[in-house]
Ligand binder design. Sequence first.
Ligand code: GTP
Length: 235
Amino acid sequence: MAYKRILLKLSGESLMGKKQFGIDNERLGLYADEIKEIVEQGVQLAIVIGGGNIFRGIQAEEGGIDRVQGDYMGMLATVINSMALQAALEARGVITRLQSAIKMEQICEPYIRRKAVRHLEKNRVVIFGAGTGNPYFTTDTASVLRAIEMEVEVVLKGTRVDGIYTADPEKDKSATKYESISFTQAYEKNLNVMDMTAFTLCNENNLPIVVFNMDKPGNLKRVISGEKIGTLVHS
Ligand code: GTP
């Protein structure tokens, strides 16, 4: 195993599978299977999941909901996804703890860094819900923040593409994939890896990111075992 402790960032949209909205149970199950496999190998795993399959703060603005309200609604959406993932993992016998950045003590623990670290040390999967608990921050930023707090070795950003390309591979057939790229290069080339806040936090704290295709079965395990798939972004 290449890593002992990691943070996996999943997008809310990818939970939709072929659906237009919400959670596709089949996709959820596939993710849970993949996660179970790596947890059984002994890796300490924290997870942050987005909420875009249920609600997107920025789009709500167009409908007259102000940005801050919309962002809070988005944070609640991430808690719904986190609960779904928790249930799917527990159904497979994986021990999990869900901590939310916004207190909802009836359904999950509040975010407490020291407690989260202890859970990881006991090989419990810790899912972090409600982003950072603040508007104007993305779940990418939340995942990087939690990753730094948990002192993980790498953020694995699970996406629907194989990595970071020189151009959009769907529009430009000559686009090629980077095996690795530095934060500075990625910034200079204007490659959209994560939003700037997340990106800067990673760079300043020497936290590498691997962008990889989470929808290909076995990929998560391959990344953990050190296979060079996806794109490594480093300081
Ligand atoms: P240890 O301290 O290692 O024993 O961890 P633990 O998580 O097993 O202990 P704890 O007694 O804190 O938690 C037992 C169960 O209650 C776990 O499923 C927790 O997720 C849950 N739990 C703990 N605090 C809260 C809370 O504030 N709200 C909710 N809803 N559940 C909580």
